[in-house]
Design a protein around this ligand. Structure first.
Ligand SMILES: [Zn+2]
Length: 251
């Protein structure tokens, strides 16, 4: 019976749901879970890990002090565009710039252009990783705007409250997954935006609170906790080599 349920390899959750709608036998949940847990195919096509708890950014005390930025993809005038977005939580202001590509030189020249107009923030937060802007710019930073130090306690307090509130709201359905350790065997989504398939790899290094440097087929890849999860392995399937399929990492 389990074989039948499992023919389409939809993973534990879905198989259980499907079975419970049609069948019942004692110990059903345990049996199905045990059977499917180690299945190579189900793991390869499983969903992303649990939604992670929201991480609140540091509370800024003046404008353009703490700037989260990220690249977004959007359609604009019938073209797929890449947009670098900067957010100033102090002013509730954002700036968006089109990028012609995602080459480091292109991104850096966009940063330079932005910083020359707005000043250099104390802290630039990219994606999930906190990267002090000093390291990014490899030189002393914060000329110009550093003189601005408007300590408006009310504004700071407001932002703090807003962060707390949105964190509470955002974390309703989340849980922290346990941290992975060095050499842990993991499954990793190499191109989570376009391809949900999981490939086998192992943890080479923890690169920040939520991201890992994962080695996959001799290549390295940085993934966050959503795209990297611990492999479930039995004695027999752990001896096989890492995915023989050649994967192109477009990073
Ligand atoms: Zn399966």
């Amino acid at each position: 019976m389990i074989e039948k349920i499992h023919t389409s390899h939809t993973g534990i959750e879905n198989s259980l749901k499907l079975t419970k709608q049609n069948l019942f036998w004692p110990g059903m949940t345990r049996e199905i879970t045990e059977k499917i847990r180690y299945c190579e195919i189900c793991q390869r096509h499983s969903n992303s890990s649990q939604k992670l708890p929201m991480m609140s950014s540091p509370i800024p005390e003046h404008p353009w002090q703490v700037i989260p930025m990220d690249v977004c993809f959007a359609e604009h005038q019938e073209k797929n565009r890449k947009i670098l977005v900067f957010v100033d939580h102090y002013l509730d202001y954002f700036k968006a710039s089109f990028l012609k590509d995602l080459k480091p030189t292109t991104v850096i020249s966009c940063l330079k252009e932005t910083f020359s107009r707005f000043g250099i923030p104390e802290l630039l937060i990219f994606g999930h990783a906190l990267s002090p802007v000093q390291r990014l710019m490899s030189r002393q930073t914060r000329q110009g705007l550093s003189s601005i130090n408007l300590k408006m306690k009310d504004v700071t307090k407001n932002i703090e409250d807003r962060h707390k509130h949105s964190k509470l709201y955002c974390d309703r359905n989340t849980k922290s997954s346990p941290a992975l350790s060095l050499r842990d065997k993991v499954n990793v989504q190499l191109k989570p935006n376009t391809d949900r398939v999981w490939s086998r790899g192992h943890v080479e290094q923890r690169s920040s609170e939520r991201s890992y440097l994962v080695s996959q087929n001799g290549k390295h890849y940085i993934g966050n906790k959503v795209n990297v999860k611990l492999r479930q392995e039995t004695e027999e399937n752990s001896v096989s080599v890492e995915s023989s399929e050649s994967v192109n990492i477009n990073k």
